[in-house]
Every structure is written in structure tokens, then in C-alpha cells.
Design a protein around this ligand. Structure first.
Ligand code: ADP
Length: 662
């Protein structure tokens, strides 16, 4: 076995590989770009080397620099993860030339599967079922169109060199074919430097089912069952699970055999995935083979109890596969979701920024989190904005679904937009629960999946109000402790008690919605809308309180103007509407300015008789431990102040005699 491995990747997969190496006592060498100097994979690895600037082309794709690090560090093998150089035959060759083991299949297998067209030709020979289509060399538009006409519409034009859902066009009618072809070729040549395409029958409501295969250098090839990755958005996987819903033992054996045949046909060694598209009748067809570890490999690990990275390392070191086909376990059900920094409501635009707060659900035997970031880290614009993969396991699909929903409801992120609520709606969707997901579900149900629950939750508003009040009191206590005036009534932090019971209205908004409540500061503590509240914890973002029989727990994170409240599995971002900020606007321009809440006058900012412009600050009052400024409601004259600095004033008391200009 190896004693030192270089990981030519970043993010969650780099961290994932490091975890296995650590368990096996193998030293790890990380490479990183300048943008990733402080990232989690660098922190976890035993050694780390910078290989260039942020842009992948200049760092994670620089085979030469990465191999130089392998030489310097004495790593015996390179794990490429997924993406980047993982399916790059040039890199695999360069590793061999440098005397470093490439943890992946032989170069010849990468090459054979590198082109979807060539792979299909090969699979056809090996007797693996293919989607009806054309995958030959001829590329003249008229010829391709005649092939599409022969296959029958709708057809799918696919870039032969494609990947990641790019370079695909669905064509519904013959007359649209040539325009779609041209656009597909443009995208293919821009993305993959190769404009060749193939044409397939476009299956309606298909499922994406893939088989995990493994080969060793002794010539054995086995499979570790299937994964269903039908929940896709724009041909990209969003949720993956194993086993596939509705899979029968017979069909699994048939697909498994086809996948192993495909792998054997290219002399496969290591971890690979054979992707099939399955139609509702149960027929399945080869799509492509990915010659690397997949993003969604954890669901296979959960149902088999195996560590696929360990298998990769053993096979790369020349050891035989740890299990024979009939020994591969299949236990329970596992689901994975990809938690992304993106804004589903804004067309899934990536969301860049700092993870101000990042609290995934607790890991356990049933819940696994694979991530490359922690609270405080940045989601950078340079790479895929994945935050984490959340994986759950349970005895059956129904329970695994419930577990996933529970885990998602506990996943808290503040600082970047994220798809957690979207994923919850997707996993909770009737079709997902029924196990009848096809690849078009997200597109069809987009509206429902994107619509946030209506209404501002009362519990979130209540928590935000209590949090605001307790934090004000805390700040006050700190101020009093630091102050010399130990007897100042402002230092009394056990409630507001200048008068007996003082009320205060608090309003919060979230988007277009607004909700108000009234908070009373009584001798016994706080009440909300007349109901006494007993707060047991209000620190470090955690709020626990009881009101009557209700016991509530919430997490509250302040960021900028907003309070992010996590309560009852919901995340609500609330803005406290300052009743004083707009107070002036609500006053009659002519006449007086009244105190909108009880407080103390801190300062008068202009002389009586002063002519002022609209919006000019007139006086500052302190209320609920915060300073607020009252401003001129219009251009006019301050005739007189009706309260002096230092004076306590009651709610509604006239403070300024103001005369608006004509
Ligand atoms: P990529 O390599 O870009 O991931 P794939 O060939 O794996 O491309 O296809 C990605 C997805 O596109 C599939 O999971 C499936 O949802 C859809 N797809 C591919 N081929 C077909 C087809 N013939 N009919 C319908 N959908 C297809």
C-alpha cells in the first residue's frame, strides 16, 4: 500500500479522500490555488503546496506543476478526484512517465470512453444496449438531419466530447434541426474544443440509472449496484439515491451485467460508472461511462458499507477487489442532495460570499456530510459553488426520505444564498416520495418547487423580537459595567421599569411581508402580546424560551440589517422596521413631532427658531437602548422644543412645535 498520496483536487472530494487516507495511515499531500490557501482541504492535509493562481487553468489543471509537487513531496500516487484532471488521459500518461501511480483506470480505458460516440460504437460491439441513434463520424448537417428524421423526433443532439450536461439540444421537429445543430456545435467547440456531435432518440420521462463498477488488475470486474440520479435540473444531478426506486433483482442483475460487460470491453481497472437511461417500460440503454469516482458515490457506500476510496487505493496498489460480486451487501436506502450556494429564486444563480454561519446537521450513523468548507470560509467565484453533500441512510426509502427532510430542516446557512429550502420541497414532493421521479420533474414542477411557504411565520417574528430585546439588554449591561455611573437607571438590565409596564411595538419585514407584535417590559420580565415569556437562553445565537405551555428554540444570526431566524425547520430573514426611522414622515408636516415610543431625549440638534430643510435631524432620543433621530417632516421652522435634553418622555408626547414652510 502507498504511504503518501497527492490529491490533485480541492473542496469536498479532496477532504473526502484525505479522510480515508488518514484512517489508513497514509500521509496526504494537498495542492491548492492562491484562492484556496486557507481552505479546508489545505488545513486537513499533512502537507500542502500552492500550484498557481485562482483560475483552474493555471492551478488545478496544471499537470506539470502538480507532478512537480508529487516529485518534491515524494508522493507515490495521485488521486484526481472528479472534474479537473480526473478524466484527462494526458495527465494519466504524464503520471506514468513521472513514475507516479494515477489512481484511476488505464489510459486506454479513459481514451476509449472519452468520446461518447466512440464509446457507443464500442458498446454496440460488446452487446450493451444503446439508445437508437447515430454516433458515426459523418458530421454534415444535411446528413445528420436525415439521421434525425430516420430516428424520429424528438431527438437529442449531444456533443461527443460533452460532460456536465453541456452541449445538448433537444429537437422537436425536423425544420428546427439545423439551427439546433449549429448552436450545439458552437457550445461544444467553446466548451470542449471539439464540435463533433451524436444524435439520439430523446426519451420522454426517462430515468437516469447508473451502475457503480470496479475492476482490479487481476481482471475481475464487479458492480456495486445502481444509483438513481433522475432528479436533475438542466441535465445535472440534484438528488441521487441507492437503490433505485422500484428496481427488481432481475433488472439489477441485467443492468449490472451490461455495465460489467462495458467495463470489461475497455479493460477497466478501478472505480467507474456506467450511465444508463431507462424508459418507463423498464428498458435501459447505455449513455456513457465516467472513468472516475462520481460525486454521488457516497450513497453506494452507505448501502454497501464499503469505502470506495479505499477500494480505489487498494486496486491502484495492485491488490485484488476486496469482495466478490455475490458478497457485495445491499442494505437499506440512501439519499444524497447537493447543497449549493445558489439562488433558486433567481434562476439558480451562484451566490458568492462568506459563510457567516454554517451549521450542518449533526453527523451520525444515519447522516453524513461531505464538505470542503466550514463556517467563516468563502464560497469563491472561481469554482463550483457546492457547499456540501448531505447524505442520509435508513432502513427503507420512506424512512430515508423523512431523515433527509429532517436533516435539511436542521441545516443552517447564513451569508450566501442556498438551495436548502428548494431541496426540501423537492424531496418532500409527492412524486419524489412516490419514487416516480423522471428527469423532467424539476422542469415540470419548477413553479411549486420554487415557491417559498407563504406567510411570515409568527414564531420567527416572536424569536426575532425577543432576541432584539435581550441583545439590547445585554449591550446595556455591558455598557453599565464599563461605566462609572453605577447608579444610572440605564444600567438596570432586568427589564425596563422607569414606569411600571412599558410597551413597545415591533415590526419586522421579510420581502413584501410585514408582521408586528407588542413587547411589554414588566417587573417579571418580558411579555409578548400580553403573554409572559420566560427566557432560559439568549446567547451565542441560541434562544430558548417558554410562553405558556409553548417551549421554543431558535437560532438567530444577525447579518447586516437582517436577523436570520432558524425556527421549526424554517429559515426566515427578517428586517426590524425601526418605528422612528420614518417617524417624521407620518407626522403632519405642520404641527408637532411626537415621541413614537417612550424614551429619553439625548440631544436637541438645532436652535429653536431654526429654519430647516426636509429631513434635517432635529433631536436624538434614546429608546429601547438605541439612539434614534427625529427629522424634519418638511422644509420649515422649528418653533420650539417641548422637551429638554435628559428628559424622559412618554409615548405620543409632543416633542417639537414645527411649522412647515408654505
Ligand atoms: P453529460 O456527460 O453531460 O452528463 P449525459 O450523456 O450523461 O451527459 O446525459 C446527461 C443527462 O441528459 C441524462 O442524465 C439524462 O437526463 C439526459 N439525457 C441524455 N440522453 C438522453 C436521451 N437520449 N433522452 C432523454 N434524456 C437524455
Amino acid at each position: 500500500m502507498f504511504t503518501k498520496i497527492l490529491i490533485a483536487n480541492r473542496g469536498e472530494i479532496a477532504c473526502r479522500v484525505i479522510a480515508t487516507c488518514r484512517r489508513l495511515g497514509i500521509r496526504t499531500v494537498a495542492v491548492y490555488s492562491e484562492a484556496d490557501a486557507g481552505s479546508r482541504h489545505v488545513r486537513l492535509a499533512d502537507e500542502a503546496y500552492c500550484v498557481g493562481p485562482a483560475a483552474s487553468r493555471e492551478s488545478y489543471l496544471r499537470a506539470d506543476r502538480i507532478l512537480e509537487v508529487a516529485r518534491q513531496s515524494g508522493a507515490q500516487a495521485v488521486h484526481p478526484g472528479y472534474g479537473f484532471l480526473s478524466e484527462n488521459e494526458g495527465f494519466a500518461e504524464a503520471c506514468a512517465a513521472a513514475g507516479v501511480v494515477f489512481i484511476g483506470p488505464p489510459v486506454s480505458a479513459i481514451r476509449a470512453m472519452g468520446s461518447k460516440s466512440a464509446a457507443k460504437a464500442l458498446m454496440e460491439k460488446a452487446g450493451v444496449p444503446l439508445v437508437p441513434g447515430y454516433h458515426g463520424d459523418r458530421q454534415e448537417p444535411a446528413f445528420l438531419r436525415s439521421q434525425a428524421d430516420r430516428i424520429g423526433y424528438p431527438v437529442l443532439i449531444k456533443a461527443s466530447a460533452g460532460g456536465g450536461g453541456k452541449g445538448m439540444r433537444v429537437v422537436e421537429r425536423s425544420e428546427d434541426f439545423e439551427a439546433a445543430l449549429a448552436s450545439c456545435q458552437r457550445e461544444a467547440s467553446a466548451s470542449f474544443g471539439d464540435d463533433r456531435v451524436l444524435i439520439e432518440k430523446y426519451l420522454v420521462r426517462p430515468r437516469h440509472i447508473e451502475i457503480q463498477v470496479f475492476g482490479d488488475s487481476q481482471g475481475q470486474v464487479i458492480h456495486l449496484h445502481e444509483r438513481d440520479c433522475s432528479a436533475q435540473r438542466r441535465h445535472q444531478k440534484v438528488v441521487e439515491e441507492a437503490p433505485a426506486p422500484g428496481m427488481t433483482a432481475g433488472r439489477r442483475a441485467a443492468m449490472g451485467k451490461a455495465a460489467c460487460d462495458a467495463a470489461r470491453a475497455v479493460g477497466y481497472v478501478g472505480a467507474g460508472t456506467v450511465e444508463f437511461i431507462a424508459d418507463p417500460s423498464g428498458s435501459f440503454y447505455f449513455m456513457e461511462m465516467n472513468t472516475r469516482l462520481q460525486v454521488e458515490h457516497p450513497v453506494t457506500e452507505m448501502i454497501t458499507g464499503q469505502d470506495l476510496v479505499e477500494w480505489q487505493l487498494r486496486v491502484a496498489a495492485g491488490q485484488p477487489l476486496p469482495l466478490a460480486q455475490e458478497q457485495v451487501p445491499l442494505r437499506g436506502h440512501s439519499i444524497e442532495v447537493r447543497v449549493y450556494a445558489e439562488e433558486p429564486e433567481k434562476g439558480f444563480l451562484p451566490s458568492i460570499g462568506r459563510l457567516v454561519h454554517c451549521a450542518p446537521p449533526a453527523a451520525s450513523a444515519n447522516v453524513r456530510i461531505d464538505t470542503g468548507v466550514e463556517q467563516g470560509d468563502e464560497i469563491s467565484p472561481h469554482y463550483d459553488p457546492m457547499i456540501a453533500k448531505l447524505i442520509v441512510w435508513d432502513e427503507n426509502r420512506e424512512r430515508a426520505t423523512e431523515r433527509m427532510l429532517a436533516a435539511l430542516s436542521r441545516f443552517q446557512i447564513v451569508g450566501v444564498g442556498n438551495n436548502i429550502a428548494f431541496l426540501s420541497r423537492l424531496v418532500g414532493h409527492a412524486e419524489f416520495r412516490a419514487g416516480t421521479v423522471d428527469t423532467g420533474l424539476i422542469a415540470r414542477e419548477g413553479e411549486a418547487l420554487l415557491t417559498a411557504d407563504a406567510g411570515l411565520p409568527a414564531a420567527a417574528v416572536e424569536a426575532a423580537a425577543l432576541w432584539t430585546a435581550t441583545q439590547e439588554q445585554r449591550r446595556l449591561r455591558e455598557k453599565a459595567a464599563a461605566s462609572l455611573d453605577l447608579h444610572s437607571p440605564w444600567g438596570v438590565a432586568d427589564g425596563w421599569r422607569i414606569n411600571a409596564d412599558l410597551g413597545r411595538r415591533m415590526a419586522f419585514s421579510a420581502g413584501e411581508q410585514r408582521r408586528e407584535l407588542s413587547l411589554q417590559y414588566g417587573r417579571q420580565g418580558l411579555s409578548i402580546d400580553g403573554e409572559a415569556v420566560r427566557i432560559s437562553t439568549a446567547a451565542n445565537g441560541l434562544l430558548r424560551y417558554a410562553a405558556g405551555e409553548r417551549h421554543t428554540e431558535a437560532t438567530v444570526v444577525a447579518l447586516g440589517e437582517q436577523l436570520h431566524v432558524f425556527q421549526g425547520g424554517r429559515h426566515t430573514a427578517l428586517t426590524l422596521l425601526d418605528p422612528l426611522a420614518h417617524a417624521g414622515e407620518e407626522q403632519d408636516a405642520d404641527g408637532g413631532l411626537a415621541a413614537p415610543m417612550p424614551g429619553k431625549i439625548v440631544a436637541l440638534l438645532v436652535e429653536p427658531g431654526a429654519e430647516v430643510e426636509k429631513g434635517a435631524p432635529l433631536l436624538v432620543m434614546e429608546a429601547m437602548k438605541m439612539e434614534h433621530t427625529l427629522c424634519a417632516p418638511a422644509r420649515g421652522v422649528v418653533q420650539a422644543f417641548l422637551a429638554a435634553a435628559g428628559e424622559q418622555v412618554k409615548d405620543g408626547m409632543e416633542l417639537v412645535d414645527f411649522k412647515a414652510a408654505a
